[in-house]
Design a protein around this ligand. Structure first.
Ligand SMILES: Nc1ncnc2c1ncn2[C@@H]1O[C@H](COP(=O)(O)OP(=O)(O)OP(=O)(O)O)[C@@H](O)[C@H]1O
Ligand SMILES: [Mg+2]
Length: 261
């Protein structure tokens, strides 16, 4: 059965898409696994980074998106689901850039958030891993993602309020687990984009004291090459100057895999 891993945090800019995209590359290219990525975020960043693309003379690229859209999965009926085959080997159920249909999903009835799980159950049998990039909110799309997940990873960027945010997020996840999906396992908190500021060190200590078991051993520091890799839509290990970033990212991805065992 596929391991279905959601990347979730209601805060924006913490690294959900970054880690999801790099994990998709890692599993498809390095581990030769069958991977499906579902873009639950109406910003469509993950879709544009993984999809086939045309590049113009200035090295700017336009993604070519086709097949079933994530927003379609919320309907009561979908026809046959058509995934988008990506050049790096993974399949994708996409969101367009600033997808109005997917943004609107936040207002649907709660029972409609159960539809994607129903529609995708059979498709999931074709994959080793399904990776779900969640939007920065605690709404319907997060419910939809967690209802069909076996595991959830929470990337966190440390700040003065990080600890409060993590508490709220964990409570929401536990609520969904208890209400709808007892199989859901919380893999833990990945600290991402960390610097060595006193504030961050303090926030880290606080998390270490309050949720030691949920905190990943490996963390990802602030690494500009990782930002470049994500912007270009390539694996971080392909950058010639990205060794340190690649090593940290791979350690985290490996820890995710170990924690799902
Ligand atoms: N460790 C890091 N070092 C440097 N830049 C990073 C790091 N992690 C992420 N970034 C950059 O920070 C920005 C936000 O990351 P990302 O888009 O992955 O966050 P997100 O949680 O998916 O945000 P959103 O909630 O808006 O979807 C991106 O430009 C990304 O390239
Ligand atoms: Mg994102």
């Amino acid at each position: 059965m596929a391991k279905v891993i959601s990347f979730a945090n209601q805060k924006g800019g913490v690294g959900k898409s970054t880690i999801c995209i790099q994990m998709a590359f890692y599993l498809s290219i390095k581990k030769k696994k069958k991977v499906l990525v579902i873009d639950m975020d109406g910003q469509g960043n993950t879709s544009s980074r993984l999809a086939p693309r045309v590049e113009d003379a200035d090295y700017l690229f336009t993604p070519i998106l086709s097949g079933t859209k994530t927003a379609d999965l919320f309907g009561d009926h979908v026809g046959e689901i058509e995934v988008l085959k990506c050049p790096s080997g993974m399949d994708l159920i996409h969101a367009t850039k600033n997808d109005p249909d997917l943004f609107e999903i936040e207002t649907v009835q709660l029972d409609q958030a159960m539809n994607p799980a129903k529609h995708l159950e059979e498709l999931f049998l074709n994959y080793d891993y399904v990776l779900i990039d969640c939007p920065p909110s605690l709404g319907r799309k997060l419910v939809a993602a967690l209802v069909m997940s076996t595991h959830v990873v929470c990337p966190v960027k440390l700040s003065g309020f990080a600890v409060d945010g993590v508490e709220g997020l964990l409570n929401t996840i536990i609520g969904i687990k208890e209400g709808y999906n007892s199989y859901l396992e919380i893999l833990g908190i990945v600290i991402n984009d960390m610097d060595r500021s006193i504030n961050q060190e303090r926030a880290f200590k606080e998390l270490e004291d309050s949720i030691p078991d949920l905190l990943f051993k490996n963390k990802i520091m602030h690494r500009p090459p990782l930002d470049s890799a994500v912007t270009e839509g390539i694996p971080v290990w392909e950058l010639r100057y990205g060794h340190v970033a690649a090593k940290e990212v791979e350690a985290v991805l490996q820890e995710i895999l170990e924690r799902t065992e």
